[in-house]
Design a protein around this ligand. Sequence first.
Ligand code: C2E
Ligand code: MG
Ligand code: MG
Ligand code: MG
Length: 279
Amino acid sequence: RTKYNGKNNYSFFTQEMQMQTKRNLLLTNALHNAIAHNELYVVYQPQISLTTHKLVGMEALLRWEHPVFGSVPPSEFIPIAESSGLILSIGDWVMKTAVQQLKNWQTKGLHDVSISVNLSAVQFNQANLQHNIIQLLDESALPANYLEIELTESAIMSNPETAINIINQLHSLGIKISIDDFGTGYSSLSYLKKFKAYKLKIDQSFVRDITIDPEDKAIVNAIINMANSLGLQTIAEGVETQEQLKYLEENGCDEVQGYYYSKPLVVDEFEEKYLKGKK
Ligand code: C2E
Ligand code: MG
Ligand code: MG
Ligand code: MG
């Protein structure tokens, strides 16, 4: 009987895997056409200063709405884009869309607000990355200091030598580098002094229980103190409640991003909230 169950579980398992493999294949094919079919769009999540309580930046987050698969979450399609190489063209498209959008909003009166764009390790190892970025900023007439690039700790550690070079070159162009999901990687902290990083993004997993979990408090305080000593900015991700906000404010975090202030917004929602009455 145990044998039978085992076998049954096994065939159920392989069936699941086959279905998953099939879905991945279908999604990969669909993703090839996603740009051409206008299925991709970018949403913008506000980043708020804890000193002024004003909007100081926004993160560009990619969305995919497929006619059959519906809305596919980034956690599912970004890995597919990375493994298929499609992240190169998609990543260029996101960067271009986000940079042009900020320029557009600047002409409508949005000042002193930066745009953050996520970059995968695959894009980071692209030979013409800097060239493409310089050209885009030039074409869009957006000064480099309005652009921030978010790299995860793990993306950096996948190839630290290349990362150090490219980060420092981007920095010399005036582009700011944020380290995303900070605290979740396995990197040695000593690399922080080799990079011209600008900002640490405290991962939302430490923020979630920050008001009740002493370990999360300790970790977040350590990150903020270290950032202060190294001259780096801090932003906390996933801030959902006033209590979390208060804790971060009292403990010297510079900025917050999260549902408490706003979920990521489509262009119209963003304009309604931040551009009304401007010009
Ligand atoms: P991330 O860069 O760490 O982005 C933050 C994620 O947290 C976003 O998820 C955002 O919607 C979510 N979030 C923001 N505030 C809150 C909150 O208060 N509570 C909770 N529970 N979540 C919050 P999203 O948009 O699903 O993106 C997931 C990940 O996908 C991103 O994590 C990023 O790693 C990746 N991603 C998204 N867009 C792009 C892109 O254009 N390029 C690349 N390479 N990766 C992207
Ligand atoms: Mg990010
Ligand atoms: Mg993050
Ligand atoms: Mg994340």
